[in-house]
Design a protein around this ligand. Sequence first.
Ligand SMILES: Nc1nc2c(c(=O)[nH]1)N[C@H]1C(S)=C(S)[C@@H](COP(=O)(O)OP(=O)(O)OC[C@H]3O[C@@H](n4cnc5c(=O)[nH]c(N)nc54)[C@H](O)[C@@H]3O)O[C@H]1N2
Ligand SMILES: Nc1nc2c(c(=O)[nH]1)N[C@H]1C(S)=C(S)[C@@H](COP(=O)(O)OP(=O)(O)OC[C@H]3O[C@@H](n4cnc5c(=O)[nH]c(N)nc54)[C@H](O)[C@@H]3O)O[C@H]1N2
Ligand code: SF4
Ligand SMILES: [Mo]
Length: 700
Amino acid sequence: MQVRTYCRICEATCGLIAEVEDGEVRKLTPDPEHPVSRGYACVKGPAMLEVHRDPDRLGRPEKRDTHGWSPVSWDSATRDIGTRLRAILDRHGPDSVAVYIGNPTAFSWALSLFGTGFLAALRTRNFFNASTLDCQNKFVVAERMFGGYVIQPIPDLDRTHFFLCLGSNPVVSQMSFVAMPRALERLRAIVARGGRVVNVNPRRTETAHAVGEQVFIRPDTDVFMLMAMLRILFDEDLVDRAALGRCDGVIELRQAAMRFPLAEAAAATGVPAETIVELTRSFARAPSATAYCSTGVNMGSSGTLAFLAVQALNALAGNLDREGGARVPSRALGLARLARWLDRLRPPKRSRIGGFPVVATSLPTGVLADEILTPGEGQVKALFVLAGNPVLSAPGGERLRRALGSLELMVSIDLYRNETGAMAHYALPATDWLERNDFPLTQVGMQPEPYAHLTPALVPPRAERRNEADILLDICDAAGLRMFRVPGANTVLRRLGLDRLAPLVAKVVGVPISASRAGAPVRLDDAPAGEFLRNVPTTNGRIQLAPPDIMQDVERQSARLRHEAAAPPPLRLIGRRQRRSHNSWMHNLPKLRPQGDECWLSVHPLDAGARGLTDGVRVILSSANAKLEVPLKLDEDVMPGTVSLPHGWGHGGGAGWTVAARSGETGANVNLLAADGPAALEPLSGMARFNGIEVEIQAV
Ligand SMILES: Nc1nc2c(c(=O)[nH]1)N[C@H]1C(S)=C(S)[C@@H](COP(=O)(O)OP(=O)(O)OC[C@H]3O[C@@H](n4cnc5c(=O)[nH]c(N)nc54)[C@H](O)[C@@H]3O)O[C@H]1N2
Ligand SMILES: Nc1nc2c(c(=O)[nH]1)N[C@H]1C(S)=C(S)[C@@H](COP(=O)(O)OP(=O)(O)OC[C@H]3O[C@@H](n4cnc5c(=O)[nH]c(N)nc54)[C@H](O)[C@@H]3O)O[C@H]1N2
Ligand code: SF4
Ligand SMILES: [Mo]
């Protein structure tokens, strides 16, 4: 039997066809009739079948004690967790329990919702989301600028004449905050119809090799170029008149932009002044244009102001909500309403350490270790990790690992016992997406071509794997907690079940999922261009170009600009996503592991030569925070002054994935070089800083 389903590894959510026989999935192949992905899937989607069958997967709940790990029954695990959780809550109060949710949560409607319900039940402020490792800056800006953190304008690639792409590598990643498979094809079509694709990046990426123009920029300097572009827009009177009528804060933004003179911006970024001017003029004069930034910019030291500048550029050039510009899918507004309702269930308290405000319900993961290690009222004593691996994915992983070791209770709910789960008292086995029903929930706010797709669970869960929603309901029962803090909710939710709940939740965000009852994805209409601008959910219905708290960063960035224009640092580190891996968790599949070392440091021949280093040598890569030993590869694709190392490596540490931890191939955990703690984070959003870290290299 063939069942139409979709991949839930990344935002592209590509359609797949599953061959199901005798209660087993035999094969996963791209779905040629999917209305959006139309037969595309990357190497990871079909490889999920290997994850499903992986002998290293958790099959039963496991408990760690002084003798190591041993299997236990679900009943004994939930009862013990519930009792210990209750005791910690009673003794230390709600903030003593923390929850970290990882990236895969965004691809399960049930986990996103029940995870929030669990948080509400706990009443804790201590919620940490992987979003504070990759995109929290975008949430801060969208909240202030557009009236809701999920309101994220997406580039209308299929109609645009100019795509300005900062800090993304669509060919490898399929981007983020856009549910848009077939990125390469869409980019090539822009050029084919006479438009431009401009890749602003310290590395000539796989994308830039395939399509468009390359503009090399020094790591962590995009904000200077973007603010200088805004200044040119104002100075040369390139601002769209109609746009001015819809925006507040134009004068304040203009004053801010004046602090970023072209000559200094050019000196600091390494982008020639003529290029910045030419890009600005072409962007403003193109029939339609769209600026977009992703993790390369988000993970710098000024991602919030930089993203505000990106959206201001879109708005002021008249491209916000224009065909071919930056569009907000209409269902993002429904999602924003749901998010606002859920937000009210959380205490709006600041973090105890660093005083960071809650953004998009989350506090910065970069203070989690401190929240655990610092004694006092509200100290974290228990932690639930849902679908995450912060020991490898968060800054200062080793410090976090040690902090986890001091917890009174730690529970990891995951497909595997990963490096984080290795520190837990319980590792609980979750179902994967072949074993659960789903529909794209978070993604409805990011689909340029919206569609509804309700996929059933393809097969029953293997071994004793369970859906996270059921696990969390049982833990709530055992600890005397009510999901969503609503009396009777546990019973009602359990009785309704996930099959009946899914369509109800879909309806709330405006997705007529019943259209997809027969299991086929159904293309939906979207509101026409211009509709969003008539319905901006800010208090006065206008776009806010200069939110005061974000503008506070202007002073800091203009001081940094003067400093860096005078003396750019000699060597900065950036990341490098890889086709065959997904953050830290697809390294255990023999099929996806080509021979040899994948975790090498890219160094430009000029930088290597200046230090007497040659191809293939092992080097010490050091930051102010740590030192790593890594193999060096000469690479002319990185800009001189930039070195690049992928993240998600450094396996071992008691994790249960035997292939990933094979000796000699575990790679190095790049995030040891990144600092955690309040002073190390981007102050406005609490985002971790992974890009632009100042480093040095020397021979071993
Ligand atoms: N230096 C550097 N660091 C980075 C990045 C970078 O570019 N550079 N990228 C950052 C980014 S973009 C992100 S999103 C974060 C990711 O940070 P995390 O989400 O903390 O880390 P992942 O490696 O994605 O781990 C996801 C875990 O979820 C498990 N999992 C997968 N599917 C499911 C499921 O359906 N249910 C459950 N319960 N578990 C599941 C996997 O087995 C894995 O253990 O890392 C960030 N860290
Ligand atoms: N194969 C694969 N696909 C993935 C993932 C994966 O791990 N593997 N992860 C998924 C996740 S969780 C996410 S969030 C998305 C992320 O999607 P993207 O944001 O597109 O991720 P990257 O491919 O890491 O692209 C970031 C780019 O920023 C560049 N860069 C680094 N520093 C700077 C800088 O200071 N300025 C500029 N302008 N550029 C800079 C890097 O060279 C890199 O090309 O990808 C998703 N897709
Ligand atoms: S691009 Fe790959 S990982 Fe992402 S949804 Fe498509 S098949 Fe899955
Ligand atoms: Mo991410």
